[in-house]
Ligand binder design. Structure first.
Ligand SMILES: [Zn+2]
Ligand SMILES: [Zn+2]
Length: 265
């Protein structure tokens, strides 16, 4: 399921292969109109009891009758639909209600929806449905809290801004104060995942990443240069050696590396 589905809860139908009580013989394994007969080997008890005299006294042990498999009865005319097994394999569509707030690794137990009991009249087993929530492309989950990363321009971060951020099921606004640093985290209370069984909702933590602009218009560049001058900065291109090393020519750093290598040898 998706993170959105985990936050709202969902109702779904799953396809379950399972053993069910054979409807033809109602689980007895005997063809309709016939009945299983009492096992002659164990006399219908399904067990062999053996008494043994030992130095510690008489020991009584019992084992299942191998002839009837412990049932005490033998099917002489097997049911054609289950070949005497009393159970048939079916695929069932089972409706499952998944509550909001579930997480991967958790499971739901559907009582009595598992396999039919191997013995006629026995209680059917339970069906365990394991939850697997797919990772979300934008939100990271930690229990009931969610984490989101959003980009921030240098002007938004420097001057402060009112930005819109996505929440799992909508949108929210954050007031970014002037002078916000990259990596700052803003908490949106109650915008995370609902906790299981209705005990409140987690928070959404929004981490801002200040993006350095790479493609500038001439005007933007001009303004930033003015700003740089205002900060008293000198641009790298103005003070350094503008000449790039030609192909085959060693750069300054390569020359230094060579010299260091020479000194070591
Ligand atoms: Zn049957
Ligand atoms: Zn028997």
């Amino acid at each position: 399921m998706t993170l959105e589905q985990a936050s709202t809860g969902m109702e779904t139908t799953i396809d379950v292969p399972r053993a069910e009580v054979c409807p033809t013989c109602s689980g007895s394994g005997a063809r309709p109109g016939t009945s299983p007969v009492k096992c002659a080997s164990c006399g219908g008890t399904g067990q062999f009891t053996r008494a043994q005299n030992t130095p510690f006294g008489q020991m009584i042990s019992s084992t299942a009758c191998p002839k009837c498999g412990g049932r005490g009865q033998i099917v002489t005319t097997p049911c054609e639909d289950c070949r005497g097994a009393g159970r048939v394999h079916r695929r069932r569509k089972i409706n499952v209600k998944i509550p909001q707030g579930v997480d991967s690794g958790q499971h739901l137990k559907l009582r009595g929806q598992g396999e039919a009991a191997p013995e006629p009249g026995g209680q059917a087993g339970d069906l365990y449905v394991f939850i697997n929530v797919r990772p979300h492309p934008r939100f990271t989950r930690s229990d009931s809290d969610l984490m989101l990363e959003v980009p921030l321009s240098i002007t938004q971060a420097t001057l402060g801004s009112d930005i819109e951020v996505p929440t799992l099921n909508g949108k929210a606004r954050i007031k970014v104060p002037a002078g916000t640093q990259t990596g700052s985290v803003f908490r949106l209370k109650g915008k995370g995942m609902p906790r299981l069984h209705g005990s409140g909702t987690g928070d959404l933590h929004v981490r801002v990443n200040v993006r350095t602009p790479s493609a500038l218009t001439a005007r933007q560049k001009e303004l930033l240069e003015e700003l740089a001058a205002e900060f008293g900065e000198q641009r790298a291109a103005e003070k350094g050696d503008k000449r790039r090393p030609e192909k085959g020519e060693k750069s300054l750093i390569d020359k230094i590396v060579d010299e260091v290598k020479g000194a070591v040898q």
